[in-house]
Design a protein around this ligand. Structure first.
Ligand code: SF4
Length: 149
């Protein structure tokens, strides 16, 4: 929702295909609008906020959002690691984030040790189950956890 500053449409190559530049990674892509959005997507008539990426649209269900060029989105977007959990210190500083099936990215030594010794062994079964246990381990150690679906 803040990528409008960096993702620009520079031109069109025909119906549903746009020349787009991602200014953070300096890449040009030929962005093709996915079939379900071809009749509704029109960058000249967009009613989304200016700061949004021009390819970000509201989904069918309220509160959902879609990238209308998902299959041809820039490499910068492909490399962006979404987090399923973020872990904060008591001061509100992000201590780590979790992506995929329980992969922790953190430079916090204590958190890395806790993850390795107490959480990695319980990463089995459903996401909900191990995340609940992870919270039970981390909160008493002073971390605050945010979990995303
Ligand atoms: S993933 Fe799609 S909507 Fe999001 S910034 Fe990239 S091109 Fe825009």
């Amino acid at each position: 929702m803040g990528m409008g500053k960096y993702v620009k449409i520079k031109g069109s190559m025909g119906p549903n295909t746009y020349i787009s530049v991602h200014e953070l990674s300096n890449e040009t892509v030929y962005a093709t609008v996915e079939k379900p959005y071809r009749t509704t997507f029109d960058p000249d008539e967009r009613d989304t906020p200016e700061e949004w990426c021009p390819f970000l649209a509201e989904g069918e269900e309220e509160g959902t959002y879609v990238c209308v060029i998902h299959g041809t989105r820039p490499g910068f977007c492909r490399d962006f690691v979404c987090a399923s959990m973020r872990i904060y210190t008591q001061d509100g500083v992000e201590a780590g984030k979790v992506s995929g099936k329980g992969s922790l990215v953190s430079s916090d030594a204590q958190l890395n040790t806790l993850w390795k010794e107490q959480i990695n062994p319980i990463i089995t079964g459903t996401d909900e189950a191990w995340k609940t246990k992870a919270i039970e381990v981390l909160e008493p150690e002073g971390y605050r956890i945010e979990v995303y679906d």
